[in-house]
Design a protein around this ligand. Structure first.
Ligand SMILES: Nc1nc2c(c(=O)[nH]1)N[C@H]1C(S)=C(S)[C@@H](COP(=O)(O)O)O[C@H]1N2
Ligand SMILES: [Mo]
Length: 565
C-alpha cells in the first residue's frame, strides 16, 4: 500500500542531501537519492501543466477575464514587433492565433520541464520558477483589457498553488526516501535515508501513478475551462433575443427577393461563383482577439463621448429597438491580397451612426471618430465619413440574425468604403469624438496607413488558378467586384492581353455591395492568362499597378493562369 500511496506531505527539500558545492561525496547519500532525470523533467512538465490548467479554470469561472495562456498570448500580440506578427501570419495564415496559443503553452511546458530538471539540485529553484511564472501571468492578466488586478491575483495564486503542489507531490513520489523524511515511514521500509536497491522500482511505480493522476487532472481542468467559457451567458443571451419584430422587415424582404433572384439568375448561378450574400458562418474573420469576447448584452452599453455636447449612453435594447436600417455592405480587410478572400458581403442591420452622433452633438473640432472594443482594440476614421451620406451603422444584426459572437455581438461598426482596420470595431464599447492628431487606432503605430479607403477590386472565383479547362467548349469565367460606397459600373476580362471583354453583371444590392459578374469564353488549347479589372460608378478603372496590402491595401489586377487541354 505504501508503495502506491505518495506522501500527503512533500519532502521539505529532498535535494538537501545532494552535494551543494558540486562535490560528489559531500553528502552521505550523494547522487543516489536525487530524483531521476527523466522523472524530474516529467514532474516539472506536469507542474507547469497544472499551473496553466488551474489558472485557465479559475479564469474561465471569472470570464470574460482571460486565463494565463490567453493573457500572455495577448501581451505577445501587443508587444510583438511588426516583423514577428507578419512572420506569424505568413507561416500560419489565419491559424496564427491558435498557433500563438499553442506556442505559449509549449514554451510554458518546456520552461516547466527545465525547472523540474533544475530542481533536482535545489527544490527551491522549482518553486521559485513557478512563482516567477505566476508573476508573468499576473501581469499579463492584470494589464489585459478584459482582465483586472484582483482577478489576476486570484487566478495566478490558484495557478502557482497548483503548480507548486503538483511539483512537490511528484518530487515526493519520485524520491524513494521522501516518504521517510516526511514522516510517513512505511512500516516495512528501511529507516535509512539511503535508498536500498529495491527502492527505485518502488518509487518509480508510485511516481508513474501520481504522474498519471496529475496528468489526468490537468486534462480535465483544461477541457473543463474551455467548456465553461463556451457555455457563456453571451451565447445564451443572444439565443434569447427576439430579432424579428422590427420595422426593418419590409426592407429585408425586398433584399431577400433580390438575393434569391440573384442565386437563380444567369450570373449568380454560375458554378463556383461566390454567393451575393456570404452566409455568416463562411464570412471571413479577422481580429486580434485570442478568444471571442463574451459580452452579455444585459450588462453592456455603448457610450459616445469626447468632443460632444453631451455624452450619451445606449443599452442594447435601445439600439435593437432602433435598428431599422438594413444595408448590404461589402466589408474588406486591408490585408486582403489581390484575389484573396478576406472580403465578404453581408446584410447588416443597425442604427445609422449619424443619428446617434447627432444626439450627442459633435463639436466642430472633432475630426476623428475613434472607437474601442470591450477587449481594448481600437480604430478611427475621419468624422466626415459618418456625415457624407454613405452607409455607416452601429450594427446589431448580420444576415437576419443578431450579430454572431465572432462578428462582434452585441454591436459593431460597419462603415461602407473603409477597410475594417480603421472602422469596423466589433464588440463595440465606446465611440469617442477626437481629432485626427490626438488618437491613433490599434494598427496605425504598427505600420498601417492612418486613412483606409477601400481600393476598388475584382476577383476571379472560377476557374481556379492553374486549373485545366476543356479546349473547344464555352468556359464561364466569373467572380465578384467591389467598390463599396461608389458601386461597380463595369467589369472586364481579357485573355492573354487581348482586347477586354465586358462581363455581365449580376443583381445589384446597391453601391455598398459587391457585384457578381460572368463572361463566356471559347477556350483554346495551351496555357492562357486571364485578367480582370473593374470600373466604379465614378468612372474610375482599377489600377493595374501592383501594391502589397501594407500599408494601405493591395492593388493590381487579379490574374490567373489556366491550361486548355
Ligand atoms: N474588436 C475588434 N474589432 C475589429 C478587429 C479587431 O481586431 N478587434 N479587426 C478589424 C478588422 S482588421 C477587420 S478586417 C474586421 C473584420 O470583421 P469580421 O471578422 O467580422 O469579418 O473587423 C475589424 N474589427
Ligand atoms: Mo482587417
Amino acid at each position: 500500500m505504501t508503495t502506491t500511496q505518495p506522501p500527503n506531505d512533500a519532502p521539505n527539500d529532498s535535494p538537501e542531501n545532494a552535494p551543494e558545492n558540486g562535490e560528489p561525496n559531500s553528502g552521505a547519500a550523494s547522487a543516489t537519492d536525487r530524483p531521476g532525470l527523466g522523472q524530474s523533467a516529467v514532474a516539472g512538465l506536469l507542474a507547469a501543466g497544472s499551473a496553466l490548467a488551474a489558472g485557465e479554470l479559475a479564469g474561465s469561472l471569472a470570464a470574460p477575464v482571460p486565463g494565463p495562456v490567453i493573457g500572455v498570448a495577448n501581451r505577445v500580440i501587443d508587444l510583438a514587433p511588426q516583423w514577428f506578427v507578419e512572420f506569424g501570419k505568413s507561416v500560419f495564415g489565419l491559424a496564427d492565433k491558435p498557433a500563438l496559443v499553442l506556442g505559449t503553452i509549449i514554451v510554458s511546458l518546456v520552461f516547466g520541464t527545465a525547472l523540474g530538471v533544475a530542481s533536482r539540485r535545489r527544490a527551491a529553484i522549482g518553486m521559485g520558477g513557478i512563482a516567477a511564472f505566476g508573476l508573468v501571468g499576473l501581469i499579463a492578466i492584470g494589464t489585459d483589457a478584459q482582465g483586472s488586478w484582483i482577478a489576476a491575483i486570484v487566478v495566478s495564486t490558484v495557478a502557482v498553488a497548483a503548480g507548486i503542489g503538483a511539483l512537490r507531490l511528484l518530487i515526493a513520489a519520485n524520491v524513494g526516501e521522501a516518504t521517510v523524511q516526511s514522516g510517513l515511514r512505511p512500516p516495512t521500509n528501511s529507516t535509512s535515508t539511503v535508498p536500498s536497491p529495491a527502492d527505485p522500482p518502488v518509487s518509480r511505480r508510485s511516481f508513474l501513478n501520481w504522474a498519471g493522476v496529475v496528468g489526468a487532472t490537468v486534462a480535465v481542468a483544461a477541457v473543463g475551462s474551455r467548456q465553461i467559457r463556451s457555455r457563456s451567458s453571451a451565447a445564451q443571451a443572444r439565443d434569447a433575443i427576439d430579432f424579428t419584430a422590427t420595422t426593418a422587415d419590409s426592407a429585408s424582404t425586398e433584399i431577400e427577393t433580390v438575393v434569391s433572384r440573384a442565386a437563380s439568375g444567369p450570373v449568380g448561378s454560375t458554378p463556383g461563383i461566390t454567393p451575393l450574400v456570404v452566409p455568416s458562418n463562411d464570412f471571413y474573420l479577422i481580429d486580434t482577439a485570442l478568444t471571442t469576447p463574451q459580452v452579455d448584452p444585459n450588462n453592456w452599453s455603448l457610450t459616445i463621448r469626447g468632443l460632444v455636447d453631451n455624452e450619451t449612453t445606449y443599452t442594447y435594447d435601445e439600439l435593437l429597438d432602433r435598428s431599422d436600417t438594413i444595408a448590404p455592405v461589402t466589408l474588406s480587410c486591408v490585408s486582403n491580397e489581390v484575389g484573396g478572400d478576406l472580403v465578404g458581403n453581408a446584410i447588416w442591420r443597425g442604427v445609422p451612426l449619424v443619428d446617434l452622433l447627432e444626439e450627442a452633438g459633435v463639436k466642430p473640432e472633432a475630426t476623428q471618430i475613434a472607437s474601442r472594443s470591450v477587449d481594448g482594440w481600437s480604430c478611427g476614421f475621419p468624422t466626415e465619413a459618418a456625415f457624407d451620406g454613405r452607409t455607416a451603422l452601429v450594427a446589431v444584426g448580420m444576415n437576419d440574425e443578431p450579430l454572431p459572437l465572432k462578428h462582434g455581438f452585441p454591436a459593431r461598426l460597419v462603415v461602407s468604403g473603409l477597410y475594417g482596420y480603421v472602422s469596423a470595431t466589433k464588440w463595440l464599447a465606446e465611440i469617442e469624438l477626437t481629432t485626427l492628431d490626438d488618437f491613433d487606432g490599434y494598427w496605425i503605430p504598427r505600420g498601417w496607413s492612418k486613412l483606409g479607403p477601400v481600393k476598388t477590386q475584382s476577383r476571379i472565383d472560377t476557374p481556379g488558378n492553374g486549373q485545366q479547362i476543356e479546349a473547344g467548349s464555352e468556359l464561364a469565367i466569373a467572380g465578384v467586384a467591389w467598390a463599396p460606397s461608389t458601386g461597380i459600373a463595369k467589369v472586364e476580362v481579357r485573355i492573354d492581353e487581348n482586347d477586354w471583354m465586358e462581363a455581365d453583371l449580376g443583381e445589384s444590392l446597391g453601391p455598398d455591395a459587391w457585384r457578381q459578374w460572368v463572361v463566356g469564353w471559347e477556350a483554346t488549347e495551351g496555357q492562357h492568362i486571364v485578367e480582370v479589372r473593374a470600373t466604379d460608378e465614378s468612372g474610375e478603372t482599377q489600377t493595374p499597378d501592383f501594391a502589397p496590402p501594407a500599408p494601405d491595401g493591395a492593388s493590381g489586377w487579379h490574374r490567373i493562369r489556366v491550361m486548355g487541354v
